[in-house]
Write a protein that binds this ligand. Structure first.
Ligand code: ADP
Length: 270
């Protein structure tokens, strides 16, 4: 029946018989939908007042020099916090869109180097002034999916590598493919993660160190976004880390979503 959600589970009862459990999860489903709608609507509604606040702050900033020192500090503080709030709203809206599955961009083949180039260009000096970046991505690597979603997942992983590595750290961004899969990975020489926290990293708002999180300016939603994007692309996230030595985040894409254009060219010739 329309609008009824059932969860069906079967278990082997004895040699020949099966037990079938049928659970009506319609109420749970409705509650989950209400939660999603609430987050999406609240985030959307917060955008307008924030735009007004940011507008006034920009005006205040222009006259900053004529104000007392304590007020100047206050303006800088408010500007930083409103930037943070804007990022939080953007991330919440992106997560809502990813969860709701609607308005999804059409999947297409993309050059992996194009996505990474766009990310490193956007990050600019934040990345290269403080860290050494090594890129090992073959020109011929192609990935099938949504450009915007892949961009946000890969960029969250690269931004995290920078945030959680001290200055002078090395970041290696790689693409490796085989006949079975294509693997995108970001490796850093940063603070690493205690193994007991690894299973919780993709939960919304989960942070290993809450205090540090507010200083580094993250929203605690980055890896939740990565998880949803990978789900849409039938990919899996693998996290390996050694506290004090660094971490590697790898996205494993199925072979059906990856392509090596050089190999395609050779295959056509023969
Ligand atoms: P945040 O905005 O706090 O970075 P994320 O969802 O991106 O949120 O990450 C969740 C938490 O996982 C971070 O707060 C941090 O504790 C940990 N983390 C993520 N990436 C790394 C990394 N490369 N090295 C060490 N810790 C990391």
């Amino acid at each position: 029946k329309d609008g009824v959600y059932l969860e069906i589970q079967t278990t082997l009862y004895d040699k020949n018989d099966h037990l079938i459990f049928v659970r009506d999860v319609t109420r749970l489903h409705l509650l989950e939908q209400m939660r999603k709608d609430f987050v999406a609507n609240a985030s959307h509604e917060l955008k307008t007042p924030l735009t007004v606040i940011k507008g006034y702050l920009e005006t205040l900033d222009m006259f900053k020099d004529s104000l007392p020192k304590s007020m100047q500090k206050g303006i800088v503080n408010m500007s930083e916090q409103s930037e943070r709030m804007e990022q939080l709203i953007e991330d919440l809206l992106l997560l809502s869109r990813l969860e709701s599955n609607d308005k999804r961009e059409e999947n297409q083949w993309h050059k992996v180097t194009d996505i990474i180039q766009a990310i490193t260009n956007a990050m600019g000096p934040i990345l290269t002034d403080s860290h050494t970046l090594q890129l090992h991505i073959p020109e011929e690597a192609r990935l099938y999916g949504s450009y915007k979603e892949l961009y946000s997942a890969f960029s969250n992983l690269i931004v995290n590598a920078v945030k959680y590595s001290p200055d002078g750290g090395n970041i290696t961004v790689k693409w490796e493919s085989s006949e079975f899969n294509g693997v995108f990975s970001v490796q850093d020489t940063g603070i690493g993660i205690d193994p007991r926290y690894i299973p919780r990293l993709t939960e919304r708002f989960f942070r290993v160190d809450k205090g540090r999180g507010s200083k580094t300016g993250g929203t605690g939603l980055g890896l939740a976004i990565v998880k949803h994007v990978l789900l849409h692309h039938e990919a899996k996230l693998q996290i390996r880390s050694q506290p004090g030595f660094g971490s590697t985040f790898s996205c494993h894409f199925p072979a059906s979503r990856t392509r090596n254009d050089a190999m395609t060219a050779i295959a056509f010739q023969s």
